[in-house]
Design a protein around this ligand. Structure first.
Ligand code: TRP
Length: 355
């Protein structure tokens, strides 16, 4: 009997991912993170926790206006692109005070040596070591150094089973497993060991200048344009696409689609038939201007329906704040319990019950 019940109880996956609110979302973020995350949730029964990692955002960004504005822009972007806050627990990390509390507890189960091996920290030290007369840790805050512990708290707080991330974040998930393992072994088995999910099929987009599309290169195509635009978001997108660098081949010359950023971005938005057709047009010598026009039309077809909702949310932060507070309330139903269990496990609990 009990066996049967156990077998019938299908384990549900709990997906969790954090989004650092720094900067304006661009097409690379949309294709690489936003669209796949929203689609994967729509097509499954998995439980999902998505959050704005603002306490991670303040590591290395000391501009309060950017932190504040990015939080708004990124929340509006995810909702406008179809994230359903009823279906997904969508919250702001800083609205869940149990997370930094758990981070402290986990700090005490995390070897310093483990953090010494974190790629982001090591990269900062390497840059300093190349210079003369500079301390190896110059410019490294405790926030940067302990970044993976806060991330472990984000994940372990909700006993997430699967964490979709970019390749650069896989090491952090392994560290979260390591920290969870130490705690579970030392005190009691409380934390689920999470698995990183990296999707190799997700395209990495090339930016306007031919390098990887990235905020740090300043070569992006913003998803909804710059805030407070003089020109419409649609015109801004058109203008950005017209700026994509191409080689100097003339119209009518046959072109290699696999050597073109325009084609690569087109592939991320088109159906297999449309892609095959565009390949043929490259072979037949489509001009770069026309290739860009086709690219703009394709992207615009997909993004245009989201623009009105985006503008509405940006103009009405109260609605966004309500959505985030609803998410925080849902998240805290879990986090209060999990923090309480964690504290009890380490010996922090009331001395006696008061009436
Ligand atoms: N560090 C992640 C990034 O830079 C963001 C993040 C914070 C995160 N906490 C997380 C991702 C927890 C997954 C799970 O992209």
């Amino acid at each position: 009997m009990s066996n049967q019940t156990d077998a019938a109880k299908k384990e549900t996956n709990r997906i969790l991912t954090g989004i650092k609110p720094t900067g304006i979302p661009h097409l690379g973020n949309y294709v690489g993170a936003i669209r796949p995350a929203i689609e994967s949730i729509q097509n499954s029964d998995d439980e999902a926790f998505f959050f704005l990692a603002d306490y991670h955002g303040i590591i290395g960004c000391y501009d309060p206006a950017i932190i504040h504005e990015s939080t708004k822009i990124i929340a509006a972007t995810w909702i406008a692109c179809g994230l359903d806050p009823e279906r997904v627990t969508f919250y702001r990390q800083s609205d869940v005070p149990e997370i930094p509390e758990l981070a402290w507890i986990l700090n005490c189960s995390c070897a310093k040596g483990l953090m010494n091996r974190a790629h982001a920290y090591k990269a900062a030290v390497d840059i300093n070591t190349e210079k003369t007369d500079v301390d190896a840790d110059q410019g490294v805050t405790m926030g940067l150094f302990g970044y993976p512990v806060l991330m472990a708290a984000d994940i372990l707080m909700f006993n997430a089973t699967h964490v979709p991330v970019g390749r650069d974040q896989v090491q952090h998930i392994e560290m979260a497993r390591d920290i969870a393992g130490t705690f579970n072994h030392r005190y009691k088995t409380l934390f689920t060991l999470p698995t990183a999910v990296v999707d190799d099929d997700i395209p990495l987009l090339t930016g306007l200048d031919g390098r990887k599309m990235s905020k740090s290169y300043g070569n992006t195509i913003p998803l909804f344009g710059e805030p407070n635009p003089q020109v419409s978001p649609e015109k801004q997108m058109h203008k950005a696409i017209m700026k994509i660098v191409t080689n100097s081949q003339l119209p009518e010359e046959a072109k290699d689609p696999d050597d073109s950023a325009i084609f690569e971005i087109y592939k991320a938005f088109a159906t297999p038939e449309e892609i095959a057709d565009m390949r043929a047009q490259y072979a037949a010598g489509i001009g770069w201007g026309d290739a860009k026009k086709a690219l703009f039309a394709k992207i615009n077809d997909e993004i245009a329906p989201f623009r009105a909702r985006y503008q509405e949310l940006m103009a009405n932060p109260k609605e966004l704040e309500e959505i985030l507070q609803m998410g925080a309330a849902k998240a805290r139903r879990h986090s209060r319990k999990q923090l309480d269990k964690s504290r009890r496990a380490i010996g922090i609990r009331p001395l006696a019950k008061l009436k």
